[in-house]
Each structure stands twice: as structure tokens, then as C-alpha cells.
Write a protein that binds this ligand. Structure first.
Ligand SMILES: CC(C)(COP(=O)(O)OP(=O)(O)OC[C@H]1O[C@@H](n2cnc3c(N)ncnc32)[C@H](O)[C@@H]1OP(=O)(O)O)[C@@H](O)C(=O)NCCC(=O)NCCS
Length: 150
């Protein structure tokens, strides 16, 4: 555990022991932000299969988390960047993204798929829209939310 310089009341851990994480609580945070399609045992496995994970705590309580899915050398994708709504607007989201990014300096491709409405969040940190990105839509909702019209 390390204290956040931005707010010493908060601590963070990179690559914590994922067996110590309360995944039901993590799921409750996903519900709080209206991302309701994840399940506790599946998200636990997904985090375990990730190359980097980060959790921010207030005391024992998880208040923010994020992860990198990657191959350890060339390709990496940031995913599940989440801040508890009660703690948003304090720089934690920016902290998650820049800290994960700082682990990926020599990578060939670093990208992410932003949630609808989060463009400005990523642009505020210098991320660019990727003109060559493609997606294989996993259903009509993704087709609607993430795809250009043909
Ligand atoms: C998006 C999210 C991670 C931002 O976390 P946060 O801790 O509130 O963000 P920060 O306080 O670090 O804000 C960083 C910057 O982004 C801006 N910002 C934050 N949330 C934003 C949003 N939803 N839309 C647009 N801009 C946003 C802030 O104004 C700030 O700009 P500044 O540096 O010019 O002041 C948080 O709102 C969240 O968990 N949302 C639900 C899940 C989600 O959408 N995740 C990201 C997409 S994959």
C-alpha cells in the first residue's frame, strides 16, 4: 500500500494479491456506475488474467480500480477504469489512467475503448482518437454506441 500524493487519505496498490479483493464489492461498484453485465467470479478471473491491475482504497474500502489487458510487451489495452461515483471529480480517474500508462512506456500499441461520454476524460490526458481502430460488434448495442455508420 502506498499513499496517494494527491490525497494522502487514499492508498493504492499496483498488482495486489487478487485473492484479497472483495469481488462482490467490486461488482457493487460496477452496478453503481450502471455497468451491470459483469459477474463476481468472472470479473475476478478477468483481473487475474490481466497484465496490470490497480486498486485505490479509502481505509479498507475500494474506491477506484482499473486494469491493463496485454501481452506483456507489444500490445496493451486499458480496461475497467472505474471510480466510485462518491469519489469522482477528485483526480482519481486521471490517476488510474496515468499510473497504468506509466507501466507501458515501451509498448508498441496502447489503446482503449472509451465508454460513451468519456471522450473528454481521455482527451484531457492527451489520448487521441484512433482513426484506424476497428471493432467486431458484440450485438446491436455496441453497433449503436461504438460504430460509425457505414
Ligand atoms: C470516467 C471516470 C473514470 C472519471 O473519474 P474521475 O475520478 O471523476 O475523473 P478525474 O477527476 O480524474 O477527472 C479528470 C479529467 O477528466 C474530466 N472528466 C472526468 N469525468 C468525465 C466524464 N465522464 N466526461 C468528461 N470529462 C470528464 C474532468 O473534468 C477532469 O478534467 P481536468 O483535468 O481538465 O479537470 C469516472 O467518471 C467513472 O468511473 N465513470 C464510470 C466508468 C467510466 O466511464 N469509465 C471510463 C470509460 S472506460
Amino acid at each position: 500500500m502506498n499513499n496517494l500524493t494527491e490525497n494522502p487519505a487514499y492508498t493504492y496498490t499496483i498488482n495486489p494479491d487478487l485473492n484479497s479483493i472483495d469481488w462482490d464489492y467490486v461488482i457493487s461498484l460496477f452496478y453503481k456506475i450502471e455497468w451491470k453485465h459483469r459477474k463476481a467470479e468472472e470479473i475476478a478471473l478477468a483481473f487475474k488474467n490481466s497484465t496490470t491491475t490497480i486498486f485505490v482504497f479509502e481505509g479498507d474500502k475500494i474506491i477506484a480500480f482499473g486494469r491493463v489487458v496485454g501481452d506483456g510487451r507489444y500490445y496493451a489495452m486499458l480496461a475497467d477504469i472505474v471510480v466510485d461515483p462518491d469519489f469522482q471529480g477528485q483526480g482519481l480517474g486521471k490517476y488510474l489512467v496515468t499510473t497504468l500508462n506509466s507501466q507501458l512506456v515501451d509498448y508498441h500499441f496502447v489503446n482503449l475503448s472509451a465508454a460513451p461520454g468519456a471522450d473528454r476524460f481521455y482527451k484531457s490526458m492527451g489520448w487521441k482518437k484512433q482513426t484506424t481502430a476497428f471493432i467486431w460488434p458484440q450485438g446491436p448495442k455496441q453497433l449503436r454506441q461504438h460504430c460509425e455508420k457505414d
